[in-house]
Design a protein around this ligand. Structure first.
Ligand code: 13P
Length: 353
C-alpha cells in the first residue's frame, strides 16, 4: 500500500503532538552492551528484549510518548506474550520507528571526522522495515567541534547523506528524522556551538531542498546550543534556551512540523529544564519536543538493574522521566516536580549511536 503525502505529514505531526515526544531506544548491540555494563548486566538477546519490553509496556507512558525508535534486532523481536514488540507499541497508540544508518565511519582523507554510512541497499531495507511496522526512521550524522573542526568537507558529506536518506524515506512512505548532531564533547564555548550548529543546519537544509525532500513530512533532530562539556564557563538554562531558539529561527524553515532534540550527554534534569525553558519562550513556528535516549533511560536502567523483581521500579522511573519531559513540552516543568522521582540518575552514559 502506498503512503500519500498527507499521511506522511499526519504521521510527522502525530509524533510531535502536544505533550508528547520520542523515546530513542535504538542503541546498537555494542552500545546497549555498554549501557548494561554500567549496571553490571550481561547483554544477551533475551535481556535486551526484557529491558525494551519493560519500557514499552509501562502503563500510562503512551500519554507522554508518541513514538519509539527501534534497532533492527528489536523491530524483529517478540515480547514475552509472543506479540512482536512493534505491534505492542502500535496497539498502545505509540508509533514505531527504526534506526536505519549503519554508523559514523572515518571520512576518507580525514583523521578525526566521520561520515555516516548506510545508503547502499537502503531503499530495499526501508521497504522491509515498513512491512515490519516502521512509520518513521532515524539517521544520525556526527559533527565534532575543536579549534580546527568541523571541516566544510565533513559538514557537506554528512548533509548530502542525510538528504539522500530523507528522500528515500519519503519515497518509501516513511517519515525521516534528520539528525545532524554537533557533539558537546570539548572545551568550546556556547558561542562556538551556535556558530557550528548554524552552519551545519544551513548546509543540511540546502541539501534537503536540493534533493526534493518535503519539509512538511520530516522532523529535525538536532543538538541544543550548549557549552562544550569541558568548557570552564557553562551557560545557564536561560542562555541555552535563548541561543537554541535563536539558532533554529535562523536556520529551520517554518514548514518543518517539529524539532525533536537529542539529549547528547546532558543530565536528565538539564535536558528537561532546557526543553521547558525553550517552550516557555514560545509560540514558535515548529513544535519543540524531545527524542531522548540517555535522558529518558539512565534512571530506568539504574532502577531496573537487570533484575526481574525490579521491573516495576524500572517502569516507574521511566514513567516519571517521560512525564517530566511532557511537562517541558508545555514550558511548565520545575525542579520541584522531581520530588516525585522514584530514583535519581547520576552516572554518565556516553553516546555511540
Ligand atoms: P541521546 O538522547 O542519548 O543523545 O540519544 C538520542 C539519539 O537517538 C542519538 O542518536
Amino acid at each position: 500500500m502506498t503512503t500519500t503525502a498527507n499521511e506522511l505529514q499526519a504521521t510527522a505531526q502525530a509524533i510531535v503532538a502536544p505533550g508528547k515526544g520520542i523515546l530513542a531506544a535504538d542503541e546498537s548491540s555494542p552500545t546497549i552492551a555498554k549501557r548494561f555494563k554500567s549496571i553490571d548486566v550481561e547483554s544477551t538477546e533475551d535481556k535486551r528484549r526484557e529491558y525494551r519490553e519493560m519500557l514499552f509496556t509501562t502503563p500510562g507512558a503512551s500519554a507522554f510518548i508518541s513514538g519509539v525508535i527501534l534497532f533492527d534486532e528489536t523491530i524483529r523481536q517478540a515480547a514475552s506474550t509472543g506479540k512482536r514488540l512493534a505491534e505492542v507499541l502500535e496497539q498502545d497508540g505509540v508509533i514505531p520507528g527504526i534506526k536505519v544508518d549503519k554508523g559514523a565511519k572515518l571520512l576518507a582523507g580525514s583523521c578525526d571526522e566521520t561520515v555516516t554510512e548506510g545508503l547502499d541497499g537502503l531503499r530495499e531495507r526501508l521497504t522491509e522495515y515498513k512491512g515490519l511496522g516502521a512509520r518513521f526512521a532515524k539517521w544520525r550524522a556526527v559533527i565534532r567541534v575543536s579549534d580546527a573542526l568541523p571541516s566544510t568537507y565533513c559538514m557537506d558529506a554528512n548533509a548530502h547523506a542525510l538528504a539522500r536518506y530523507a528522500a528515500l524515506c519519503q519515497e518509501q512512505g516513511i517519515v525521516p528524522i534528520v539528525e545532524p548532531e554537533v557533539l558537546m564533547d570539548g572545551a568550546h564555548t556556547i558561542e562556538r556551538c551556535e556558530a557550528v550548529t548554524t552552519e551545519t543546519l544551513q548546509r543540511v537544509f540546502r541539501e534537503l531542498q536540493r534533493q526534493r525532500v518535503s519539509l512538511e513530512s520530516m522532523l529535525l533532530k538536532p543538538n541544543m546550543i550548549v557549552s562544550g562539556s569541558e568548557c570552564p564557563v557553562q551557560a545557564s538554562v536561560a542562555e541555552v534556551a535563548a541561543a537554541t531558539v535563536r539558532c533554529f529561527r535562523r536556520t529551520v524553515p517554518a514548514a518543518v512540523p517539529g524539532i525533536v532534540f537529542l539529549s547528547g550527554g546532558q543530565s536528565d534534569e538539564k535536558a528537561t529544564a532546557h526543553l521547558s525553558a525553550m517552550n516557555a519562550l514560545g509560540a514558535h513556528p515548529w513544535e519543540l519536543s524531545f527524542s531522548y535516549g540517555r535522558a529518558l533511560q539512565a534512571a530506568t536502567l539504574k532502577a531496573w538493574g537487570g533484575r526481574d523483581d525490579r521491573i516495576e521500579s524500572g517502569k516507574q522511573a521511566f514513567l516519571h522521566r517521560a512525564k517530566m519531559n511532557s511537562e517541558a513540552r508545555y514550558g511548565r516543568y520545575t525542579s520541584a516536580m522531581e520530588a516525585a522521582a522514584p530514583t535519581a540518575s547520576g552516572d554518565k552514559l556516553v553516546s555511540q549511536d
